[in-house]
Design a protein around this ligand. Sequence first.
Ligand code: ZN
Ligand code: ZN
Length: 333
Amino acid sequence: MQAPLLDHQLHIRAIDTFIDPSRPQKRAIITHGHADHARAGHGAVLATPDTVAIMKARYGEDCADSFQELPFGEPLQIDDVRVTFFPAGHILGSAQVLMEYGGGRVVVTGDYKRGSDRTAQPFELVPCDLLVTEATFGLPVFQHPDPLGEIRRLLLSVENYPERAHVIGCYALGKAQRVISLLREAGYDAPIYLHGAMVRLCALYQERGIALGDLRHSLDVPKGELAGQVVIAPPSAVKDRWSRRLPDPVLAVASGWMSVKQRARQSGVELPLIISDHVDWNELRQTIHETGAGTVWVTHGREDALVYYCRQQGLVAEPLNIQSFDEGGEDED
Ligand SMILES: [Zn+2]
Ligand SMILES: [Zn+2]
């Protein structure tokens, strides 16, 4: 029943539409604005209003021939397929795609997380027959801690080293805004300084109603004045000369990968913060069970462990092996 609707390239055959295609297509559904999902050059794009705004901000107004905005929870009938978006909780506007066709329900999660995040619409569980789930952190070693606890470790360091600048490496779309929002939630209300690469997307989040407090461009103040301050920069800038010009910087990186201690050490990170915008191993398993899906397709990441787990549970499971990451060009975690 479900198999004919969708193939392993996430091509919805009945309506000749691809989900998050890596090459330009006539019709594309885009789950969210990260570069490995949203690309320029499609014909018609269907996405949530936030995702359309993010795509236009990153790639330009005419990065697709046409855009159709579909808000969360509003079904759209396209020939024989009914498409509905549900929040994925990953970044602003990120959607899971529900397709109803011939009595079957298929959900493609895109990237998702279930923990709280004031900068994204909260994840909603969508029951289905076939679940296509991401598996970025699909190994039992990945168990994300409470992000507010991680932010408190950062704030303790800011308090203990008032003569040093704290530079936090974050990807510009999603992670930066979430870290800022977590700092505000933890009671930090001083200005937060932004590397130039962060400015535009933070402004977009604020325009779309996400409260981030007092944000300033780091270039607008003499470097010496950044002692004792928090600066948000892309991970690449944390490692290069840019951050070394700041007063005795404490180098931090906020990423789900920071739970891999070796990775933190190798990149010279003094203060690794384990803050992820993806579900961890337990949440992956929880979600699979709660959707009630009998068939699970696994994509984006550690596919084999999760496929093995699903089969052990008596589910039909397959890895998709979609090649969509350009090496090193990943802009999320
Ligand atoms: Zn993503
Ligand atoms: Zn992704």
